[in-house]
Design a protein around this ligand. Structure first.
Ligand code: ZN
Length: 243
């Protein structure tokens, strides 16, 4: 009675293990999802930050341009003022000096005008680059949202599959003694989702360590649950258990 019973229970545990193996793998997959989303969002934030940096640089160029334009205005004023003074001068020497002064301010103006032209070009380029980046970012955001949706869909799929597996589990667990089930579940938790394994060529398929012949004999007696001396997992002999 006990023998048949234990063998049948081992068969149920093997079935349970199949389900639990899938549940563990699904749980691992699900647990990794928030990190995946975080990584995608972080990459997107970095691109947004790069755009902000470009916008700041563009504003700085515009500010420089405005400053140069103000400087140009005041230099032009200065030339006008000097030119009106030119007619009130009495000597030729004073006149020549003033002309030189005007020439020097005009040279300054020419330098400032060149700088303004360069700045105009830089501002235009910066604006075009910002526009490109903005469009790129819009595309990126669409892709990001699609990827996030895929991840959320997959999470939902995993959850549905896990609840399906849970109900399959509930059909098997009544066939197992509470004590045996408790032992199985403890090992399952402690051994990363693998609680029952076969013995193949005298080695435990959970930890690959040697299983002595007397232990194998003990398994075949089906009088008690036999566990691996090294990894503590429940052992069974493939082919002896019919599912
Ligand atoms: Zn082992």
């Amino acid at each position: 009675m006990q023998k048949i019973n234990l063998k049948a229970q081992l068969a149920s545990l093997v079935q349970l293990q199949k389900i639990d193996t899938e549940i563990y793998s699904l749980r691992y997959e699900k647990e990794a999802k928030p990190e995946e989303i975080k990584a995608l969002e972080a990459a997107f934030e970095e691109k947004k930050q790069a755009l902000t940096t470009l916008e700041k640089a563009s504003l700085d160029l515009q500010k420089q341009k405005k400053e140069r334009e103000l400087e140009l205005g005041s230099k032009e004023e200065e030339v006008k003022k000097l030119q009106t003074q030119l007619y009130s001068l009495k000597t030729n020497k004073e006149y020549q000096t003033m002309l030189q002064q005007i020439g020097s301010v005009k040279a300054d103006i020419s330098v400032i005008e060149d700088k303004i032209l360069i700045l105009i070009d830089q501002v235009d380029k910066a604006k075009a680059e910002i526009e490109r980046e903005k469009q790129g970012l819009q595309e990126e955001e669409k892709v990001l949202n699609l990827k996030k949706k895929d991840i959320h869909d997959r999470i939902k799929e995993i959850e549905d599959r896990i609840s399906q597996l849970d109900s399959q589990r509930k059909q098997i667990t009544p066939n197992i003694d509470d004590k045996v089930l408790g032992q199985y579940e403890r090992i399952l938790t402690n051994r990363d989702g693998l609680a029952i394994v076969t013995v193949k060529d005298n080695s435990c398929q959970g930890c690959n360590m040697f299983v002595p012949p007397q232990v194998i004999n003990e398994i075949k007696m089906y009088e008690r649950i036999v566990t691996c001396e090294v990894c503590n997992r429940i052992l069974y002999i493939d082919g002896e258990i019919t599912l």
